[in-house]
Ligand binder design. Structure first.
Ligand SMILES: *Cc1c(COP(=O)(O)O)cnc(C)c1O
Length: 389
């Protein structure tokens, strides 16, 4: 039997027409008509004002921080419960990440922890230069509360929507709620360009400046003239071609991801009804007014070590993963400050999520019978764990 993967690229066949066109016209460069078309398609889909394609989501975050003037000595707030790529660009700028705890409903940035961190920063006379919000695993964060705090303290918000393309907050696409948003088209994301990203904003000057910096900051002159430090962050026309085709199936992929999530929830509910000792399973809460693309189906389980579950699945040909290990617990960020939601508890919410969480196979190619096998394998492990408790 073939291994059941966590998440892999899912081509539709529609990509090839765009790629063929790129080859036919010899647009095998980091510029070209499909880069423009891809930006247009993402703008149309999300409702973003302007967009600049990049060669990664990380590059887009870095450019966003440049647009906001983040520099040496600054601090930037960022959730702890996220992928390192959310925070690394803060340090590229010589600034420092301050990590904010999660709330336990959506697992995203806790508005309570954020408020404490802002109050503390104000008292110390150094407010952050920006707040990065992440919509983890596709579930939108509590944006009303977060945006209200950002407004009170007049701090710009960068939305790291790398995992949440197509997710909605009160009917609005994630990525366009904050001042600047970013998407990722890395190979494991809901759609992919094999590697790529995008910066979106209602501010045209920012997206134009981001484009300029992504092209090595070449000034308009009849020779190479540079007044700023630039980057080689452009998306290739071939990668953009893949993206154009992928945009045509984005909605389909979201439907498939949501169906995968529903099948897990229904599958495990049957075991909960049948076995009294079945450990309780909880999910990211799709709180009122939100719509998640359910990029990855994730669970919280009580009384089971996720590493043991991972090993059991591995032995059965199933790829599962632990959740993001909080950044404030990473050796590289051990000097950084962290604000817990509740300062009086020993285990922060972010750590709790990590220590009790698991990421189930969520590839859109997974068949219902393959998923049934995953549910059975997970459930068998949990029943045994429940018996030994
Ligand atoms: C994938 C991801 C990124 C980085 O995107 P790349 O395109 O891989 O550089 C940033 N933030 C989060 C939350 C991600 O999951």
């Amino acid at each position: 039997m073939k291994r059941i993967p966590l998440a892999i690229p899912h081509m539709s066949g529609k990509e090839m027409a765009y790629i063929k066109q790129a080859f036919a016209e010899n647009w095998i460069a980091p510029v070209g008509p499909n880069v423009d078309l891809f930006e247009e398609k993402v703008r149309d889909y999300t409702g973003a004002g302007y967009a600049t394609a990049t060669n990664s989501g990380t590059a887009a975050i870095h450019l966003a921080l440049r647009m906001l003037g983040v520099t040496k000595g600054d601090t930037v707030f960022c959730p702890s419960f996220t992928f390192a790529a959310s925070a690394n660009p803060i340090h590229y700028q010589g600034a420092e990440a301050v990590f904010i705890d999660s709330e336990l409903e959506t697992w995203n940035m806790s508005p309570i922890a954020l408020e404490r961190a802002l109050l503390d920063a104000k008292q110390n006379g150094q407010l952050p230069k920006a707040i990065i919000v992440v919509h983890i695993y596709g579930q939108p964060a509590k944006m009303t509360e977060i945006m209200a705090l950002a407004k009170t303290y007049q701090i710009p918000v960068v939305e790291d929507a790398a995992e949440s393309l197509g997710s909605l907050y009160q009917g609005v696409q994630t990525g366009i709620i904050g001042d600047i948003g970013i998407y990722s088209f890395n190979g494991n994301k809901i759609i992919t360009t094999s590697g790529g990203g995008m910066l979106v904003s209602a501010n045209k000057e920012w997206t134009q400046e981001a484009k300029f910096l992504s092209e090595q900051a070449k000034e308009t002159a009849p020779y190479y003239q540079h007044e700023k430090i630039g980057y080689n962050y452009r998306l290739s026309n071939v990668s953009a071609s893949i993206g154009c085709g992928q945009m045509e199936v984005l909605q389909e992929r979201i439907d498939q991801k949501r169906l995968i999530f529903d099948r897990y929830a229904e599958g495990f509910a049957k075991y909960t009804e049948t076995f009294s000792n079945f450990p309780s399973i909880t999910y990211q809460n799709e709180i009122e007014g939100t719509f998640s693309n359910r990029w990855l189906s994730t669970i919280q389980i009580r009384g089971v070590h996720p590493l043991q579950l991972k090993e059991a699945l591995d032995a059965s040909g199933i790829e599962g993963r632990l959740l993001w290990k909080p950044l404030h617990l990473q050796p590289v960020f051990r000097q950084n400050h962290f604000f817990a939601e509740d300062a009086n508890v020993k285990i922060s919410n972010a750590q709790h999520l990590f220590e009790n969480g698991f990421c189930l196979p969520s590839a859109t190619q997974m068949t219902p019978s393959e998923q049934h096998y995953v549910v059975q394998t997970v459930a068998r492990f949990l029943v045994q764990a429940g018996e030994s408790m």
